[in-house]
Design a protein around this ligand. Structure first.
Ligand code: 26Y
Length: 822
């Protein structure tokens, strides 16, 4: 069977036919949503043959496969991206045009698949895109949450969360695979038995609850290569009718319980980003999708291979942070209890199969499960963790006799907790950070003891992003321009974008580049007008900070600086000032008080500043509601300045920074995460760098912090801004509204250190960098060069490069070609 060639007339007919069979309507009568569905089914139909072909090829060639295990896949919309990767976007656009349908309007009908929080989830999505594009056999494994990341509404300046019912209209691209359902068991107790025949110890789980895991497959299309990989996400269903012991049949209570368990397990994505809460349901989610995925992966392996002792020759499991780390003991359990391997054999397989990526150094993001909770929910898994821990602690004691400090720091089980990161490092054959600086901090600070004991495991894989979504799809004007200048090789080989460098010296090219930026700003201005009702001037500087709201990312620094500028303009109306639009987009975790207060503050400042006629529109502040992948594509394309202002050492990498760079926005940032490498690529003269270095921050932290009050009392302009948090300026006279923010900066009332994130300390240096931005922008010649060089130097930051490094150093996969059939 070979793939269908895209054929315009046939496609149009298919769309019409789908409208008829799905809705009993003529195309003219169909709603936009119905047309979206009909178009998507027509597209899926074209994908099917390649999908089938790819998977048969993998099986035939019995290839090694990576399983990317992740609690989050922040996919965004599929239709447009699929068309881009099928290299059919233009043709489909034309076909629909001929039918009087606007593809962009239809694309807007698709809800984002928002099965993730932020960077970590979006990274997983970019990786899948790159794996397919680079012809590597890969599965993404995750959870089919009924509700993804909440929708954010802004009411009276406050964030209000509403459920994201993304499956309401049906997901045209997914395939339900009932035949691969797996049972997953929780709780109960373990009975130990010696098998009289084999003489082996056997562990039997009794009195457990169980659910049925049902996989849904989503196609992941490689760019122009007919490869279609699979994102497999698991749904849960009650198991009552499936496999209950005959004793249990007719047990109504049990039936209801299992129904509830199934419903709750996949109900909702936890909207916490970088903050661990220790909820039992989350551990259930983790075990649920890991157990199902591992059972399936072993079954699949055994269909073509005989000796499970060699699993690692065909399978590699990448654990996206510690969230899937229960894979380690679960794999041990399946290998020992079901496949009959000895402990040593199973450990050999597990430690050659599992690899771990760390995405944070912040203590509050580390998963540490209370032993109580863990052992009750996963009794057999807990026994295995104990044994892994026991053997490891013995090793540590043998290597460092008498050094119990090492045990305290490195053991898995300590202080009544199961420390997941320690387990991932101990069992993984690879431990990687996500940017150079981050990996160095892991080795020298956070994970120092582990690095000393097993240096060979540690490696860096600087993150990347896919240029297919964030340039080809998100910024078609610039994409066409780039192709016009240097050909379309950049789509699969972003290193080629460096061929743009000479154009930075070409006045005409610079003007074209800036014109495109302007048109993208007009497009965003229109979006802002429609969604916020605010008029913004596309000739002003679009200064953008979009990312999750977190104290360490310092949106507060940004808005305090806006307040400072506003004071200055009010005081010196004659002062020269280049008009600026400060654009924010951010979701706060639902229970994160200071983050929510920051959103309110941004919106209140927006209210005051945007409505103050006396400043002649010199400053506008916009908070974009419900920041997500789909509107992100518009935002990156339109940005002039990329705000990457985390406290140095706290942002493991950042990936938004790379999307801005690719789209021609210079970075205004600290020397943190991947900013360091961005500066390395583009040159420090083409970025605006400020603030404490990571060493300086870590130094302060190791010596008890610093005292912000000296700064507060010695810098009256900054003091005035901070006081305005309390004097009602931005709170209609309310003096309490921002007291948590105020206290976090100065005070004592909080349990943690004052100004934990060095906002006062970095304020002047930030204000100065902002001044340099303005000067640079005034000189359009200089600015256009800088902007273009950012695009031209972004080659390193493609996730294709990242994936090639994972493949070479960790996964050891071979490329597979899929015949096109044309
Ligand atoms: C434990 C749980 C509550 C938790 C849930 C989500 C912990 C962390 C996260 C998400 C972390 C995350 O998104 N980290 C980001 O990963 C990106 C990809 O590597 C980095 O670019 C970014 O710096 C980092 O903050």
């Amino acid at each position: 069977m070979y793939s269908k060639r895209f054929e315009k007339e046939a496609f149009k007919a298919a769309v019409k036919e789908n409208v008829k069979t799905l809705y009993r309507k003529k195309i003219e009568e169909a709603s936009k949503q119905q047309i979206f569905q009909a178009v998507s089914y027509a597209v899926k139909d074209i994908i099917m043959d390649d999908w089938f072909e790819t998977q048969s090829k993998y099986e035939e060639e019995n290839v090694k496969t990576v399983y990317y295990m992740s609690m989050e896949f922040l996919m965004g919309r599929a239709l447009g991206n699929n068309l881009i990767n099928m290299t059919a976007y233009t043709e489909v656009k034309e076909a629909l045009d001929e039918m009087g349908i606007d593809l962009n309007v239809i694309e807007d009908e698709e809800p984002d698949a928002a099965l993730g929080n932020g960077g970590l989830g979006r990274l997983a999505a970019c990786f899948l895109d790159s794996l397919a594009t680079l012809n590597y056999p890969a599965y993404g494994c995750g959870i089919r949450y009924r509700y993804g990341m909440f929708k954010q509404k802004i009411k009276d300046g406050y964030q209000v969360e509403t459920p994201d019912n993304w499956l309401k209209e049906g997901n045209p691209f997914e395939l339900r695979r009932e035949e691969y359902a797996k049972e997953v068991r929780f709780g109960g107790n373990i009975r130990f038995e010696k098998n009289p025949e084999t003489g082996r110890d056997e562990f039997i789980q009794e009195n457990y609850e169980s659910v049925l895991a049902i996989p849904y497959d989503m196609p992941i299309i490689g760019y122009g290569n007919h490869v279609v990989n699979t994102l497999r996400i698991w749904d849960a269903q009650a198991i009552v009718d499936f496999q209950l012991d005959s004793f249990d049949r007719g047990d109504y209570h049990k039936a209801v319980e299992q129904e509830n368990l199934a419903k709750t397990i996949v109900e909702v994505l936890y909207p916490n980003d970088n903050h661990y809460a220790g909820k039992e349901l989350r551990l259930k989610q983790q075990y649920f999708f890991i157990s199902a995925s591992l059972q399936e992966l072993i079954a699949k392996y055994k269909r073509t291979n005989s000796d499970v002792r060699k699993l690692y020759e065909k399978v590699v499991i990448q654990m996206n942070d510690t969230h899937p780390t229960v894979a380690v003991p679960e794999l041990m359990h399946l290998l020992i209890d079901q496949e009959g391997l000895t402990w040593e054999e199973a450990w050999n397989v597990t430690t050659k199969t599992c690899a771990y990526t760390n995405h944070t150094i912040m203590a509050e993001a580390l998963e540490k499960w209370p032993i109580d909770l863990f052992s009750k929910l996963l009794p057999r898994i807990y026994q295995i963790v104990q044994e892994i821990d026991r053997r490891f602690v013995n090793e540590v004691r043998a290597k460092y006799p008498g050094n119990e400090e090492k045990v305290r720091k490195m053991a898995i089980l300590w202080d009544g907790q199961v420390r997941m990161a320690n387990m991932a490092i101990i069992a993984g054959f690879s431990v990687n950070g996500v940017a150079k600086l981050h990996t160095e901090i892991l080795k020298n600070e956070q994970l120092k003891d582990f690095y000393e004991m097993m240096p060979e495991k540690f490696n860096n894989k600087t993150n990347g992003i896919t240029q297919r979504r964030f340039l080809a799809h998100g910024n078609p004007l610039l994409a066409d321009w780039v192709t016009d200048k240097i050909g379309d090789g950049w789509i699969t080989d972003l290193a080629q974008i460096s061929k743009l460098k000479p154009y930075a010296e070409d006045e005409k090219a610079r003007k074209e580049f800036m014109d495109i930026k302007y048109q993208n700003k007009v497009r965003l201005a229109k979006y802002i007008k429609e969604h916020n009702g605010i008029d913004v001037d596309p000739r002003s500087i679009f200064d953008v900070q979009v990312k999750r709201l977190h104290e360490y990312k310092r949106q507060l620094l940004n808005i305090l600086h806006v307040m400072y500028l506003y004071n200055q303009i009010k005081e010196h109306p004659e002062m020269s000032f280049y008009p600026r639009t400060f654009i924010f987009g951010a979701k706060a975790a639902a229970g994160y008080q200071r983050a929510k207060e920051t959103i309110k503050l941004i919106n209140s400042v927006a209210d005051v500043v945007n409505n103050d006629r006396s400043i002649n529109g010199k400053i506008k502040v916009v908070f974009i509601e419900d920041y997500r992948v789909s509107n992100a594509e518009l935002i990156f394309a339109a940005a002039d300045v990329s705000e990457q202002i985390s406290t140095a050492s706290k942002e493991a990498s950042g990936t938004g920074n790379m999307k801005f760079m690719l789209n021609g926005a210079p970075t205004l940032g600290t020397m943190d995460g991947a900013n360091v490498e961005i500066v390395e690529e583009v040159g420090i003269e083409n970025a605006f760098i400020f603030g404490l270095s990571s060493e300086e921050v870590i130094n302060y932290e190791n010596n008890g912090g610093y005292n912000p009050t000296d700064i507060y009392f010695n810098d009256w302009e900054l003091k005035r801004v901070i006081d305005q948090l309390m004097d009602g300026t931005y709170a209609k006279g309310d003096h309490e509204m921002y007291k948590n923010l105020y206290n976090s900066l100065l005070n004592t009332q909080c349990t943690d250190r004052a100004d934990t994130y060095f906002i006062l300390k970095d304020f002047r240096s930030y204000a100065d960098a902002q001044k340099r931005v303005e000067e640079a922008y005034r000189d359009q010649d200089r600015w256009s060069k800088m902007a273009m060089l950012n695009t031209a130097c972004s080659g390193k930051f493609t996730s294709d490069r990242t994936i090639e490094e994972y493949v070479k150093d960790i996964w050891k996969l071979e490329k597979v070609t899929v015949p096109s059939g044309q």
